[in-house]
Design a protein around this ligand. Sequence first.
Ligand code: PMP
Length: 357
Amino acid sequence: MPIYNFSAGPAVLPQPVITQIQAELPSFQGSGMSILEISHRSDLFAQVLQDAEQDLRDLMAIPDNYHVLFFQGGGTLQFTAAPLNLAPHHRIGLLDSGHWAQRAADEAKRVGTKVTILGSSAANHFNQLPTVVQPIDQSLDYIHLTTNNTIEGTMMTRLPATGQVPLVADMSSNFLGEPYQVSDFGLIFAGAQKNLGPAGLTIVIVRDDLIGQVANLPSMLDYQLFADKNSMFNTPPVFAIYAAGLVLKWLKAQGGLNVMTARNHAKAALLYDFLDQSQLFTNPVKTSDRSTMNVPFVTGQADLDAAVIQGAREHGLLNLKGHRLVGGMRASLYNAMPLAGVQALVDYLAAFEAHHR
Ligand code: PMP
């Protein structure tokens, strides 16, 4: 029985990447040493880091005036790093689109940033994206938004007009899953453990004129320092960068982000079409705002939801339990989830429904 992993993160990785890691693990590139053992200052790793950056630049067409930085600390550390680096006047705007946006607001406030909510969909249980209140105060340092709301299952593909105020995007859960134009953003950050690789690595893409504005930041939070040191101020997460690098090469071999996006839309459509005609399952998200990455759905009865999840497990369909804040089920359909996995899920749900009507 094939196993399909619908985890929201850490999440499924491409099978060929896992196989390659396994094959290369004892001796990296004939060195007699594992990638787990080599120095981050070695030539071997220097090449890994350089390739990962270049492949990411190629895939996302990242302009030359943007730095690509490799951080640790997850998306959560960037909730602190972004205001410290990019908000010299301590005033930001934020779109309140769900749990992770609120966590970003909390962390910004902890470092003395005034956070103005420019739109909220809290009253709609975050089942749709917030509408941005215009006009936007042009003296804000930046505007924080979450391109994909992992828990609530909404995704932003059209960006709000913000005039001269830079956008800062938490792209953690649809990084490389949708083809955004980097130049629309001042800063993009994303934890790797959803669409890119294992946990322990966070990608930061930042426009060069926005950094270096604030002196004496804590070193591990200083974008300028990381840019100056080529992400090697201290020991970077060597294994996570290596594994992410393999995923980037896999993405290129698949045909790049347009191919992946088309596949992601086809996978999501398969599941949404099923949910929309179902008499048992519902997805509560406004159609135009639905995520292609994370699809929450419910039966409306907690005991039935539990039975769905249990039965799914027995069919090799794993990690479908919804986030504890919203309950029900959630299927995450990141790049490495094949269409066959979504088809298996839909077949299972249809059979479950037929049995329980
Ligand atoms: N932002 C979003 C949109 C997320 O989904 C997550 C993790 N689920 C985070 C931030 C936090 O990421 P991390 O656990 O890497 O700190």
